[in-house]
Design a protein around this ligand. Structure first.
Ligand code: XMP
Length: 319
C-alpha cells in the first residue's frame, strides 16, 4: 500500500507543477475512476479545479443526487451539474437500434459537456480517468474487433476539438490499483467498490425505445436488485448486478384479473477483466427475494427472469 502512497504524493506534486496557476476541468461520472482523478486534482490544486457532471437522465435511482452530496461533502470546489435529461430523451425518441442509441448518447454528452466547459473561461486542462487497459485498447481498437462490438464513450472519450491539454494521472494503473489509490486518498469504501456502470447508462438496459416511463420502471427494479445483493453481502463478490427492462409483455394473473405487463431480466456476473464473464451463482433465496420484491413493488412488471448466459457469446450488457 505504501507504494501507492508514494504514487499519490508524486502524482499530486507533478500535477501541481504542471498546472501552475491555471484551471483544470474534470468530468465526473460518479464512478471510481473519475472520482479518483478529481480527488488527486483536488489535493494538488484545490480551488483551481472545476468539475462537470452531466446528468443525462439515464443514471440509477438517486445516483446524481448521491454523487453531488458525496462530492460537496469531500471537496469544496466548483461543481457544475448539467441538467441534460430532456435533451438526451429527445435524442433517443423513436430510436430502437442499440448502436444508434449509443451514438446519439455520445453525441449529446459531448454537446452538453462542451457547452458547460465553455462557461469555465480560464480553463486550460482537461483531466480524464483513462486507465492502462483503455490506453492499450484504444491503440488496438483502430481496426480491432473490440471497437466494433459496441460503441464506447465515457467521460474519457471527449474529442480533441475542445482544445484542452489532457491530464491523465491513471494512465499507468489497472482498476484494482485505482481502487486502492481511492482508499489511500480517503474516498469512501462504497464509492471505491462501486460496480462499473456504462457511459450510456440505463439506456442500454432499457431495450428498444427509451422513454421516461420505462426508465422509471427500470430504476425501481434496478434499485431492488442492487439493494438485495448488498443486503445479502454479495456486492463485493459480484462484478456487476443490475436489472434490464425487456421489450416484452407477458400474461399474468393478479387476484381474479388477467394482467399483461412488462418482464424484467436480472443480470449478475463475475469477471476479472470484463472480456469474459460468468453469471453469478446466486443463492435461490436471494433470487426469490429479488423476484418477489420486483413483482410486488414495481408497478407494471409481472415477470422476472434470471440471465444465465456467459460472455462470450452473450455480452454483459444486453445492448
Ligand atoms: P459488454 O456489454 O461489452 O460490457 O460485455 C463490458 C463492460 O463494459 C461496460 N460497458 C461500458 N462502459 N461505456 C462504459 O464506460 C460504455 O459505453 C459501455 N458499454 C458497456 C459494461 O457495463 C461492462 O462492465
Amino acid at each position: 500500500l505504501w507504494k501507492l502512497h508514494d504514487f499519490a504524493q508524486q502524482t499530486i506534486a507533478e500535477i501541481r507543477e504542471r498546472v501552475g496557476n491555471d484551471r483544470v476541468i474534470c468530468g465526473l461520472s460518479g464512478g471510481v475512476d473519475s472520482s479518483v482523478v478529481a480527488a488527486l486534482l483536488y489535493q494538488a490544486i484545490g480551488p483551481q479545479l472545476s468539475c462537470i457532471l452531466v446528468d443525462n437522465g439515464l443514471l440509477r435511482k438517486q445516483e446524481a443526487e448521491s454523487v453531488i452530496s458525496e462530492f460537496t461533502k469531500h471537496f469544496k470546489t466548483d461543481l457544475h451539474v448539467v441538467a441534460g435529461k430532456e435533451a438526451f430523451l429527445e435524442q433517443l425518441a423513436g430510436i430502437e437500434e442499440p448502436q444508434e442509441k449509443r451514438r446519439r448518447i455520445g453525441y449529446q454528452f459531448v454537446e452538453c459537456f462542451k457547452a458547460e466547459a465553455r462557461k469555465i473561461e480560464d480553463a486550460k486542462y482537461l483531466a480524464q480517468g483513462t486507465l492502462y487497459p483503455d490506453v492499450i485498447e484504444s491503440g488496438a481498437a483502430i481496426d480491432g474487433p473490440a471497437a466494433t462490438i459496441k460503441l464506447h464513450h465515457n467521460v474519457g472519450g471527449l474529442p480533441k476539438e475542445l482544445g484542452f491539454e489532457l491530464i491523465e494521472p491513471l494512465r499507468d494503473l489497472f482498476k484494482d490499483e485505482v481502487r486502492k489509490l481511492g482508499l489511500e486518498l480517503g474516498l469512501p469504501e462504497d464509492l471505491v467498490w462501486r460496480h462499473p456502470f456504462p457511459g450510456p447508462g440505463l439506456a442500454v438496459r432499457c431495450l428498444g425505445e427509451v422513454t421516461d416511463d420505462k426508465l422509471d420502471v427500470l430504476r425501481e427494479a434496478d434499485s431492488i436488485v442492487v439493494s438485495e445483493i448488498k443486503a445479502a453481502g454479495l456486492y463485493r463478490s459480484t462484478s456487476q448486478a443490475f436489472a434490464v427492462l425487456l421489450p416484452v409483455r407477458s400474461v399474468g394473473v393478479m387476484g381474479d384479473a388477467r394482467t399483461y405487463e412488462d418482464a424484467v431480466a436480472v443480470r449478475c456476473v463475475n469477471t476479472d477483466d470484463f472480456m469474459t464473464a460468468t453469471w453469478s451463482d446466486l443463492p435461490y433465496e436471494v433470487l426469490a427475494r429479488i423476484s418477489t420484491r420486483i413483482i410486488n413493488e414495481v408497478k407494471g412488471v409481472n415477470r422476472v427472469c434470471y440471465d444465465i448466459s456467459t460472455k462470450p457469446p452473450a455480452t454483459i450488457e444486453w445492448e
